[in-house]
Write a protein that binds this ligand. Structure first.
Ligand code: CAP
Ligand code: MG
Length: 433
């Protein structure tokens, strides 16, 4: 067979995928002069059993049985079905090597974006999912109705462990729940991890005593594997409930391992997504953030950053809402407009959608209207940039949330809450850029 025809063997628009097959929705732009069907076939071939030319083995029944098939082409959108035996249960690296691997570099496509996957039940069931989810975190933090509130010290790196822990005291007593490390703070010379844990725990005890509320730290254990494990143990021994991991920079395999470590140590796992935008931001190429968030749900993080739609970082409202839906619902229906597939999460707990990046009290209610109360909201600059300092900034953030839960407008609530009034004078209701 001439090599031009090999790929088209992987397209069958009458094919009906079986229930154990994994389905992918891709956006593709064929290279100049290439037909969409051949480009679609190239994607199905290279991500399953094929290569650029015919090889005798493709005719063997047990090989052709697991060949992927492009079964739908709609403009630049295609759907591909992968028979179950393409994949190893319980392994995210392996599934990514197939459906998000070589195909991104193929000359047959100028651009290709993996939008969504429909994970078959057998694959979903090979993962544990989140340990706690929103109800588990509400329980140990003793937070009934409102969103969970986190705050990251700013400047993001440079302050000493002591300064960091003191900010913790301020934001906790100002009314917030979680003190979060920034993504690029791990254990630098000015703020060593072990020292930070010790000092933060001291300040937490003080803040809990004074407020009567539960407080916790999102301690960034990101490091090479063995050191991450050591840091997680240190956090658990210190009595803290949470660890944070930069899930994209450590990689899927390390995250899967840390999920197990967290189970052994009864730690909740907070996922920071720094690095995701390198491949999620371009709408015509790469992997969608939805894919990343769904993968994080399978593995079992308890929180993940999903964007704000109105803050300083890229990510529009339909994207933020669809991620929220896919990581918090048990069953999700197909969204033809956004080319998203249906899903049944087979009982895996929801992940807590965490909205962060350029937020301040004036726009917090908009996040709550978008995501509801079952979410976490994370604010850095919008707390520490408050003219009265971090504690007043934290109070203003909490007041904005309380006002919304009580159904009172911020302007009205600010009449009796000076900290909120000052925040509104400083930042108004403006979207950040
Ligand atoms: C927020 C933040 C978070 C981003 C991450 C920052 O600080 O700490 O890392 O939200 O982005 O450093 O930018 P600010 P995303 O509140 O001061 O913006 O949530 O999109 O993953
Ligand atoms: Mg940050």
């Amino acid at each position: 067979m001439a090599f031009r025809e090999v790929y088209e063997k992987f397209v069958d628009l009458h094919y009906q995928p079986g229930k154990d097959e994994l389905l992918c929705s891709f956006y593709i732009e064929p290279m100049r002069g290439e037909k969409i069907a051949r480009a679609a076939g190239a994607v199905a071939a290279e991500s399953s059993v094929g290569t650029w030319t015919d090889v005798p083995g493709l005719k063997m029944a047990h090989v052709s049985r697991i060949a992927a098939t492009c079964f739908e082409i709609d403009g630049n959108w295609i759907k591909v079905a992968y028979p179950a035996d393409n994949f190893e249960a319980g392994s995210i690296p392996q599934v990514y090597s197939a459906i998000a691997g070589n195909i991104f570099g193929m000359k047959a496509v100028d651009n290709i974006r993996l939008m969504d996957v429909q994970w078959p039940a057998w694959f979903v069931k090979s993962f544990s999912g989140p340990q706690f989810g929103i109800s588990g975190v509400r329980k140990f933090m003793k937070i009934k109705k409102r969103p969970i509130l986190a705050c990251v010290p700013k400047p993001k790196v440079g302050m000493t462990s002591q300064e960091h822990a003191e900010i913790g005291y301020q934001i906790w007593t100002g009314g917030l729940d979680l003190l979060k490390d920034d993504e690029n703070l791990t254990s630098q010379p000015f703020n060593r991890f072990d020292e930070r844990v010790k000092l933060c725990m001291r300040q937490r005890a003080r803040a809990e005593k004074e407020t009567g509320e539960r407080k916790a730290c999102l301690l960034n254990i990101t490091a090479p594997g063995a050191e991450m494990r050591r840091r997680a143990k240190l956090v658990a021994d210190a009595g803290n409930e949470y660890v944070m991991v930069d899930i994209m920079t450590v990689g899927w395999s390390a995250l899967q391992e840390m999920r197990d470590v967290c189970q052994e140590l009864h730690l909740a796992l907070y996922a920071h997504r720094a690095f995701h935008a390198a491949f999620t931001r371009n709408k015509r190429h790469g992997v969608s953030m939805l894919m990343i968030a769904e993968t994080a749900r399978l593995i079992g993080v308890d929180n993940i950053h999903i964007g704000t739609a109105i803050g300083k970082l890229a990510g529009d409202k339909p994207e933020v809402l669809s991620i929220h839906e896919h990581i918090s619902k048990q069953k999700v229906t197909e969204n033809k407009k956004l080319h998203l597939l249906s899903e049944d999460w087979c009982g895996l707990k929801p992940v807590i959608s965490t909205s962060s990046g350029g937020l301040h009290p004036g726009i917090v209610p908009r996040i709550m209207h978008m995501l509801g109360n079952d979410c976490a909201i994370q604010v850095g600059g919008g707390v520490h940039g408050h003219p009265g300092g971090s504690m007043k900034g934290a109070m203003a953030f909490r007041q904005a949330v309380d006002a919304d839960v009580e159904g009172i407008s911020l302007a009205e609530y600010a009449k009796k809450h000076a900290e909120l009034a000052q925040a509104l004078e400083t930042w108004g209701y403006l979207h950040t850029k």
